[in-house]
Ligand binder design. Structure first.
Ligand code: FAD
Length: 437
């Protein structure tokens, strides 16, 4: 197929699937489409681990996608480089009339897309973006006064109403569009992980689907970390290997609690969209005055799961070993770092960002700020989780703890690095003083 017939490029980003992919459907429906994915050199250069599982995950998904697209007579071209440079080169070689993609709401992505939009415009290429990774786009929901929400409950009420309407709309079944792809000669490469400075991993990624029984029983079992009772779909939602609309449709008849978690995901996107400053500042500015202790040794013991608090250590070790940590335990370890050790929430947030397979800027930031009390609709500063009672309540038989801290009863297990009652008091006094309360 000659280059002239490549009329459209569909730019895959956080939507690595053919099924129910809105932007892709629109592009294929108009025909003459080549697929593109860019390994953004700016993002990859910031990653610290050669074995980063997220990069390996994306690479694996791209191999699958290339195969699926080839089988449909098309091409997926994968490049590693600076996004603008890649686009400049591509536009010189091909002269597509239109570029299609799905919206990405993170601050960096918004800036990147604005720059690409400008470049495309200067070359006479149209750029079309579609809502795909969310039920409700961050700017779609407004409070009664016309501004953004900063409290989850009223936000979620509006979200639930709107999401129900979205679910009735047609599926964007891109795989059934006939003839939408073009096979592009000279394109279709996929750089090896090693060529980009990363290594292969034999890691088993979570399945791409969740059983109905998990969703049905979610309200009762979701707080028990020893059970395999949550969906583990975070990474698939992050990179769009599943459709949020499909997941919503599966869940909506079975569990309101589960659906409300999907609303939390979008609530934090809404917050980040309207307040991009939260990336490195407290949502409530007064909380930036807290004098964190940030002791190196404390941070290291927390990171490695050596605090002497079994539930905290179990969570931190689960994270290092699997890239996952149960939500209840995430709340406990985050509270412990921030309140018991008086370590800046941004340090914990960065550790999670480095190791979580399902790392998502909005959710990670929002939940860390929730735990630190610095965020909107956050836990009050004087609420300090007791790790021992949390363990007694949510890991009643100690099954989860023994799985990750097998030496719990031996002499080699450290004594608690701080005493709960004293640390609690210190945290409350420190917050009160900084906040002038
Ligand atoms: C300190 C801290 C940091 C976190 N960092 C992240 C992060 O980087 N990325 C991330 O996706 N989630 C994060 N969460 C939220 C939550 O812990 C995970 O979404 C959840 O544990 C992922 O497991 P799952 O896919 O089995 O979720 P399930 O329990 O099966 O829930 C289904 C989906 O709902 C969404 N969801 C559930 N709970 C939350 C929540 N509290 N906030 C936002 N979305 C939610 C997720 O997309 C999740 O995949 C964090 C929570 C805490 C307390």
């Amino acid at each position: 197929m000659s280059m002239e017939q490549i009329q459209r490029i569909f730019w895959f980003r956080r939507d690595l699937r053919l099924h129910d992919n809105h932007g892709l459907f629109e592009s294929l429906s108009r025909g003459g489409t080549m697929g593109l994915f860019i390994f953004d050199a700016q993002i990859l250069s910031r990653l610290q681990d050669k074995t980063d599982r997220r990069v390996a995950f994306i690479h694996l998904q791209l191999q699958r996608l290339q195969h699926e697209i080839k089988a449909r007579g098309g091409t997926l071209h994968v490049v590693h480089g600076d996004v603008l440079d890649v686009w400049k080169l591509l536009l010189e070689r091909l002269h597509p009339a239109e570029v299609f993609a799905n919206e990405d709401y993170e601050p960096y992505a918004r800036q990147r897309d604005a720059r690409v939009a400008e470049l495309l415009k200067s070359k006479g290429t149209e750029f079309h973006l579609f809502k795909d990774q969310v039920m409700c786009a961050p700017d779609e929901i407004q409070s009664g006064s016309g501004g953004p929400y900063s409290v989850y409950t009223p936000y979620s009420r509006v979200w639930l109403e709107r999401a129900a309407k979205v679910s009735l709309q047609p599926r964007y079944a891109s795989e059934t569009v006939q003839g939408g792809w073009v096979q592009a000669e000279g394109f279709g490469q996929l750089p090896a992980l090693q060529a980009m400075g990363f290594e292969k991993t034999d890691f088993q990624f979570p399945a791409q689907e969740v059983g109905n029984h998990i969703i049905r029983e979610y309200a009762e079992t979701r707080n028990t970390p020893s059970l395999d009772a949550t969906s583990k779909l975070g990474v698939h939602l992050r990179f769009g290997t599943i459709s949020i609309r499909d997941l919503y449709r599966q869940a909506v008849q079975q569990s309101e609690t589960f659906v409300k978690e999907l609303a939390w995901r979008e609530f934090f996107m809404h917050v980040l969209w309207h307040h991009p400053r939260v990336v490195d500042r407290a949502f409530k500015p007064a909380y930036d005055a807290i004098p964190w202790l940030n002791r190196e040794e404390d941070i290291e013991r927390w990171c490695q799961g050596q605090t002497g608090y079994p539930i905290v250590d179990a969570g931190m070790r689960e994270l290092l070993a699997t890239g996952f940590m149960h939500n209840r335990v995430r709340m406990v370890v985050a509270g412990f770092l921030v309140k018991h050790l008086l370590v800046d929430w941004r340090i914990g947030e960065a550790w999670f960002a480095r190791h979580l397979l399902d790392f998502e800027l909005a959710s990670n930031n929002g939940n860390w700020q929730w735990a630190a009390g610095t965020g909107c609709d956050a836990a009050p500063y004087f609420r300090v989780f007791n790790p021992t009672t949390q363990a007694a309540k949510f890991d009643t038989k100690g099954t989860y703890i023994r799985r990750w801290v097998p030496e719990i009863e031996s002499f080699s297990y450290p004594k608690p690095m701080v005493e709960h009652a004293a640390a609690r008091l210190r945290a409350i006094e420190t917050y009160q003083k900084a906040l002038g309360k």
